[in-house]
Design a protein around this ligand. Structure first.
Ligand code: PGA
Length: 241
């Protein structure tokens, strides 16, 4: 696992965007795995800037998002469909037909989860997966537990995640308790992984991860230690606490 320490969030976002751009230039029809939350916002802003100022071309790019809440409409600003559309897709020249965010309101959700993994395979697999990390070490919504799901699955969110994500909602009661998330296996199949972490609140999880000597389902991100091509970009605060 390669660890890059940047001075602050702006530098981290720039560095992440440079890596994404480099991969996009190598493969025009790249398949990107995308994340939501606060952390990748700076990366998305930088990619939008690169599209506008440097002509970075998304016309042949396909994207798969990690997760989506169950039980909120997609026009709700807290849905990840809404987030992706407004924070990235509508600002770049990507074909909406090539953007996939788990349809957590699908009728037969268990079947749909299998279908999502199948679709990723059909598109050739994820070339570059962007990840954030939860304060509890989750990736996607794969929460610390005795067991982790291999494929895309329906999951219960932990109190820690509900608490952390309540900052986006009017009240904690509005935070959905369930979500659909790509599984640990779905994530590990990505050819290259870029994990971003910013701020003091991520320090404990990052410290355990970059110590690099234990794999445990209680820190889902630690499974990434088994992956051959992971780059972690952190800012000083996440690195030093
Ligand atoms: P954040 O979320 O980027 O909003 O901190 C990261 C995560 O929960 O994976």
């Amino acid at each position: 696992m390669k660890v890059i320490v940047e001075k602050d969030y702006a530098a981290l976002s720039k560095k992440a965007a440079e890596i994404v751009k480099e991969e996009m230039l190598k493969k025009k029809d790249i398949v990107l795995g995308l994340a939501t939350g606060s952390t990748p916002l700076g990366l998305y802003q930088e990619l939008i800037r690169m599209h506008k100022d440097e002509g970075l071309d998304f016309s042949e790019v396909t994207t798969f998002n990690l997760d989506e809440y169950i039980g909120i409409d997609y026009d709700n600003p807290n849905s990840y469909h809404y987030y992706m559309k407004n924070n990235l897709f509508k600002h770049i020249n990507i074909d909406a037909n090539n953007t996939f965010v788990p349809d957590a309101n699908a009728k037969d959700l268990e079947d749909y989860c299998k279908e999502y993994d199948r679709l990723i395979e059909e598109k050739g697999g994820i070339d570059l997966q962007i990840l954030g990390i939860g304060v509890n070490g989750h990736i996607g919504f794969n929460e610390p537990d005795e067991e982790l799901n291999v494929g895309t699955s329906i999951v219960n969110l932990t109190e820690s995640t509900i608490q952390a994500n309540s900052r986006f909602f009017d009240s904690i009661d509005q935070v959905p308790k369930k979500a659909v998330t790509m599984g640990i296996g779905s994530i590990m199949k990505a050819k290259k992984i870029l994990l971003l972490a910013s701020g003091k609140s991520k320090h404990e999880a990052i410290k355990k991860l970059i110590k690099g000597d234990k794999v445990t389902t209680q820190l889902p991100a630690s499974l990434l230690l088994l992956h051959p091509d992971v780059t972690v970009i952190v800012d000083e605060e996440a690195y030093r606490g």
